[in-house]
Design a binder for this molecule. Sequence first.
Ligand code: ISJ
Length: 118
Amino acid sequence: MSPDPSNTPHTSKSAASDPALAELERLRASIDNIDAALIHMLAERFRCTQEVGKLKARAHLPPADPSRETRQIERLRQLARDAHLDPDFAEKFLAFVIREVIRHHEAIAADARRTSKG
Ligand SMILES: C=C(O[C@@H]1C=C(C(=O)O)C=C[C@H]1O)C(=O)O
């Protein structure tokens, strides 16, 4: 089934006449803005990590840096606590992103090895 592109719930009521639906629409508009910001921030982060991947391949550095990751996890857990966000969720989210970054770095390094062999 294709997703419904509208913010309107599947009901016969309209936001104009129902304050709850108007509030729901307002909140969903904010959620859509936040989701868009998250995607743009993630794209920017991956642009940076791709550069790191190329730099590491050139300098023959390993794709992953566990000690850097440990520091990032501690920092993000503290930021999450300060922001009243579940620190376990913040850690899982970071781990998910970093796993993808390392996969990219491994691909960049493998590509560089293939290219240098000719
Ligand atoms: C981006 C790097 O490479 C890897 C990915 C990281 C990340 O996505 O933040 C952190 C450490 C490394 O395992 C890095 O070393 O800085």
